[in-house]
Design a protein around this ligand. Structure first.
Ligand code: FES
Length: 78
C-alpha cells in the first residue's frame, strides 16, 4: 500500500474547458491529473473531479491543504 505524496509547490497550467479529475494522492505520473495510481497503490484518496466551463490559467494545489481545492490558496507556504 502506497503513501500519499504532498508537494509544497502548485502546478500552474493553461487549462482547457471540460471535465477534469485532479490527483489528490500525489502518486499520479500525469500530475496534476489522476491516472488511477490511488487505486493501484491502495490509497484511500479519490481525485477531485470538476467541470470547467471555460479555458484559463489554473494553479492546482499539490500540498492538498488548500481550503479551495483543487486550486492553490497559498497554504503550502504557511
Ligand atoms: S492518482 Fe492520485 S487521486 Fe488518482
Amino acid at each position: 500500500m502506497g503513501e500519499p505524496k504532498h508537494v509544497n509547490a502548485p502546478i500552474v497550467l493553461d487549462e482547457t474547458a471540460g471535465k477534469k479529475a485532479y490527483c489528490m494522492c500525489g502518486l499520479s505520473e500525469k500530475l496534476p491529473y489522476c491516472d488511477g495510481a490511488h487505486s493501484r497503490e491502495g490509497v484511500d484518496i479519490a481525485p477531485f473531479v470538476i467541470e470547467l466551463s471555460e479555458d484559463g490559467k489554473k494553479v492546482v494545489c499539490q500540498c492538498h491543504r488548500s481550503a479551495n481545492l483543487p486550486w492553490c490558496d497559498g497554504s503550502h507556504s504557511k
